[in-house]
Design a binder for this molecule. Structure first.
Ligand code: CA
Length: 232
């Protein structure tokens, strides 16, 4: 997992020792960690960073984790972001299980880090399958992120590292229309000083490589906006 393609996890926890422990273990697994200590900054960061997953503690000062979760699920930009709630055993657990909080999964404190990491991995398998080593397929295009191999119709396709990351991103959500800005964040990293036209250049290279043995263009240009892996 390179730094740029590592899934971003927003950890929301007000207890410093817990926050440190979670951040340490998630970073060690190769995830890129963003931290928040209260609900307000969690919501701001979620909107700004668009994390791949949010680890959200129930007991937070001011706004509770449940309320944060409800609000995140109401916002367009974060509505589909998976939320893993951390909760104490007992009443909270019952309420998470019983109520329509919008949380996608929950872990009961005290949790084992191993179990928590397994849960994170399993949630990311659905939303960022390439990042956890799943083979990605769309039509006749197959990408193996572990062996770093791409084929189309069984023919081996040679890609540069940037084109490879671009294809991983597109294959993780076929049909999704990506803005050039979003691709820039995802493929080059949020802090990269790269021109938007660079995205066009690399999409062009990816197209050319994919069409080497099959002339059908699997990438659709959405004029004035971006791209989608969306053949026909
Ligand atoms: Ca707490």
């Amino acid at each position: 997992m390179t730094e740029n393609t590592a899934p971003v996890i927003l950890v929301v926890e007000d207890e410093p020792a817990q926050l440190e422990l979670l951040s340490y273990n998630l970073s060690k697994e190769g995830y890129s960690v963003v931290r928040a200590e209260d609900g307000e900054s969690a919501m701001l960061l979620a909107d700004e960073v668009e994390p791949d997953l949010i680890l959200l503690d129930w007991m937070l000062p001011n706004i509770s984790g449940i309320e944060v979760c409800r609000q995140l699920k109401r916002q367009k930009r974060t509505a589909s972001t998976p939320v893993l709630m951390l909760t104490a055993r007992g009443e909270e657990e019952d309420r998470i299980r019983g109520l329509d909080t919008g949380a996608d999964d929950y872990v009961v404190k005290p949790y084992s880090i191993k179990e928590l990491l397994a849960r994170v991995r399993s949630m990311l398998r659905r939303t960022r399958p390439g990042s956890v080593g799943q083979t990605l397929e769309y039509r006749e295009i197959v990408l193996d992120p572990v062996q770093h191999k791409v084929t189309r119709g069984g023919q081996s396709i040679k890609l540069g590292p940037t084109e490879f990351r671009l294809l991983v991103t597109l294959l993780e959500m076929p049909g999704r229309v990506w803005s050039r800005d979003q691709l820039l964040d995802r493929v080059w990293g949020r802090t990269a000083d790269v021109d938007l036209r660079t995205v066009d250049v690399h999409v062009g290279r990816l197209r050319k490589a994919l069409r080497e043995y099959d002339d059908r263009d699997p990438i659709r240009t959405v004029r004035g906006f971006g791209y989608a892996l969306d053949q026909d």
